[in-house]
Design a protein around this ligand. Sequence first.
Ligand code: CP
Ligand code: NVA
Length: 316
Amino acid sequence: MTSHSGKRNLISILDLTSDEIVEIFLSARELKKRKEPKSTLKGKVLGMVFQKPSTRTRVSFEVAMYQLGGYALFLNAQDLQLSRGEAIGDTAKNLSRYVDGIVVRAYQHQDVVELAKESTIPVINGLSDLLHPCQVLADIFTIAEKKGILSRLSSKELSGIEVAFVGDGNNVANSWINGTARLGMKLVISTPPGYEPDKKVLGEGVKLAKATGADIKVSHKPEEAVEKADVIYTDVWVSMGMEKEREERLKVFKPYQVNGRLIGKAKKDVLVMHCLPAHRGEEITDEVLDGPNSIVFDQAENRLHVQKAILEFLMG
Ligand code: CP
Ligand code: NVA
């Protein structure tokens, strides 16, 4: 069992320093090249508490544990006593006696924070209503890979890259603020008025940007936002848990669709990214998602490699 003295969590990208992020990326690069399984997490068990559906996060974490010689235990929150009102803190204390690390996907970010606080083992945020750190770490790794800078990676190499996030100022957008602020990158988030990213996350990001040289802006003009971008990123307009707002959101977000017309305003070699699942025909058209600028499935694959590096970093 992992000793809990000095245990680390990954609740937000800001839990990592820029040097640690680079270390994780370099390790992910080695893990990606490697064909044979490893045994760095032999005998270790990852508990995976999921309150919401998942394809990529669940499968990539399970496969990652297997390929590192450990075991992953999927725990649908509906089947836990959590669903009958057991306190999240008590769940954390119990799981800490059985497993060596926890990935949690929760509706309320506060639940992730509480679980981490009461656990004596590392806790990884596998998405909350506020943040999706593992996603954006894999995304930045993917950009570095596509731009050919992985072999000489430092946060300096990333600083010239500009990302335009077009759509909802949601959990993924908030993690983009954390990631770019930490690594000194450029970010424009283009949302409809009223759908900007979380104020506190943005405030902290802008403050941190002063120290790291990042440039973080919010705009309501998607066409301007993509003009100088190296990457156009989008995500669903209706995140899990927001289904009641669907009709209203579909109307408000329409001008923010990532389609051929918007791509036409960007650089010819702009990379198009989406964390997936995509709602084809809503936030992104088939033409763009399946088009030559899209790297969405390489991006999805990299969840596996980067998470293996994260697991070794936290649980190894
Ligand atoms: N991108 C992502 O986290 O996908 P899942 O919801 O399928 O895990
Ligand atoms: N913003 C989306 C991301 C899904 C991976 C959601 O929270 O549903």
